[in-house]
Design a protein around this ligand. Sequence first.
Ligand SMILES: [Zn+2]
Length: 340
Amino acid sequence: MIQEKAKEIFDRASEEIGSVSTTKDLYELKVKYLGKSGEFSLLMRDLGQLSKEDRPIVGKEINVLKRQLTEMLDDKQQALQSSEMAEKLEKDRLDLTLSGPTRVRGSRHPLSLVMEEIVDILANIGFSVRTGPLIESDWYNFEALNIPKDHPARDMQDTFYIDETHVLRTHTSPIQIRTMEKEEPPIRILAPGSVFRCDSDVTHSPNFYQIEGLLIDKEVSMAHLKGTISYFVKSFFGPEIETRFRPSFFPFTEPSAEVDCSCPKCKGEGCRLCSHTGWIEIGGSGLVHPKVIEYAKLDSKKWQGFAFGFGIERMAMIKYGIDDIRLFNENNTDFLSQFI
Ligand SMILES: [Zn+2]
């Protein structure tokens, strides 16, 4: 009788376990059949009605059914837990396919590119970079470069004065003097950097960049200067570009020459960039004035040299066909991102 009832409860429980679909419902089934007031517990109470001999036999049979039911509940519990976890993971999945915020990639400033290219070209023939202060003494900026007070050349350069004896350097030439003072010739250096002049229009900026070159050695001539400049121009603008020297005057060089190159845009035919002359002025040069060599505490009978200087903005404007110098400082990313 009790065995039959136990079997009936067991079969019903198995069936319900088979059809349950959540861990919550499964827990309720567990309470319903195996809890303190569950159906099997109530059944155990009826064991008292049995004879002493039958009680342990029937009790054992019921316990076997209870153990089987417990195992079935545990198995179902595990199965439901893993399927619920999988469902939760599926529901909470991160959608990594959504595109993120766009980040604009930066590019090098055209002046940095031009400066580095010039340094690279001249480094190939033994020149290396030196730097110096932006605020210079009157001595290094003018006097040591053979530009005494009241010299008309000082009018050529509209100077920002810090005080009576200090200026924002108007060129990177002071680095040449400082290097000659410190280093033993032979010297081959480049002096790139910021310079300052009171000047501002479409082709002039109060703060602009220069690169100067200085070579000090024995028996240096204009031929060495011309060879160096010609190599540089062909490397920078192209092998078909010619170089031309025009006599000029600078206090710190003697003889002095303006450097022109054949127009890289029209190849010498004549265009707006070169004012229809076929030539473009790119910088100044000359043999270092013996007085400058002496000011830098070297023996001008033993040592000679040549020097040259280019405006970085001017070189960039010619190379890239830019007609307004102010574009370099406007931080317009449409303009700047063209140069890679
Ligand atoms: Zn031209």
